[in-house]
Design a protein around this ligand. Sequence first.
Ligand code: 8NA
Ligand code: MG
Ligand code: MG
Ligand code: MG
Length: 339
Amino acid sequence: MLLSKYKGSALAALAGDCIGAEYEAAWQPVAYQTLMKLEEILKNSQAASRRFLNYTDDTEMAHELAKSLVENGKFVAKDVASKFTKTFFTSPPCRYYGASVRTVFEKLQKASPFSDPFGPASEQFDGQGSYGNGSAMRVFPVALFCHGNQELLEKLAALSAKLTHVHIDAINGAKLQASAVEIALSSSDGSISWLEFWQKLKDLIDKLEVDVPEKVYTNKLDMIKELIAREEVASVHEFEDKVGTGIKATEAVCAAIYAFLMCLADRQPSELSSLSKVQQVVFYSISLGGDTDTIGTMAGAIAGAFYGDEGLPSYWLSACEGEDMARDLATKLHELNEK
Ligand code: 8NA
Ligand code: MG
Ligand code: MG
Ligand code: MG
């Protein structure tokens, strides 16, 4: 059912951020045993004493974007810029925003009432724009809003990115991540192989990078295919070396896609075999290390859109700040899309 996929996407994105944030500061691979220990803690503790996991900038911005789409029934740049800016200046320190994006919000706030919502982002890094993964980490609501309309999806993924990130890699990262969620919404377990899923992403990136000289996504997607197709599973160090897990959109988006496709190909590690498929994708993506909350949230958004919300245990969701909001926004985006 489509509603289950909408909820799955929003809730697994939330869980990926909240759980991934526990390991973000370490900037190294996370052992499966460590993740399974957290699983046991969450599973066996009473609701009242359960460890509470805060979400970070990824979820905060995704939810603000979703609220704006729901309230307006369309993308309104000034409203999204206003919501991003207001939450940035009122949110608690546990959100851990990227180091440079503050400048964008300071400029937006100064020029309130948001007369030039795209201006400040275009001045970042001497006009080059940010290539951070912030454009892609928050984009899944665009896929839920645009489901069935790829042209609109690409347009809104780009516009939502450009409020903070104008670098071509950040824009294409947002389009690629949103498209992965859309493919997941439009297909189901058993109806598509990992290679067919990969091919759809490759066709898209061939088009998006036709005039991009470096073709970073093209090369990384080719590498991902090679790694999944070969017999020996890549070590996290080899993956880090060949694709990357860092704050660049090109690395984190490809890492999230790799984690999802590895599980779709049934190549997930046996240590995680007691978990549901969605849980496996979230944990496997976090195990890659690096920007764990962001890779976790993006892999979760794709996996939840594919498998639905059934595989997300209540003891995971009740441990996450923002569960009710995620569920509510998914339901409203689903209602809007049905109209
Ligand atoms: P951003 O736009 O501030 O970019 C993040 C960082 O990427 C910048 O501070 C730069 O170091 C670098 N960067 C981006 N573009 C360029 C460029 N053109 N030239 C040189 N360096 C560049 O923020 P964002 O929204 O993209 O960041 C998202 C990430 O930050 C997410 O992973 C999110 O979870 C958060 N994050 C926070 C922490 C933390 O502990 N505060 C750690 C990792 C990630
Ligand atoms: Mg974060
Ligand atoms: Mg690296
Ligand atoms: Mg992050």
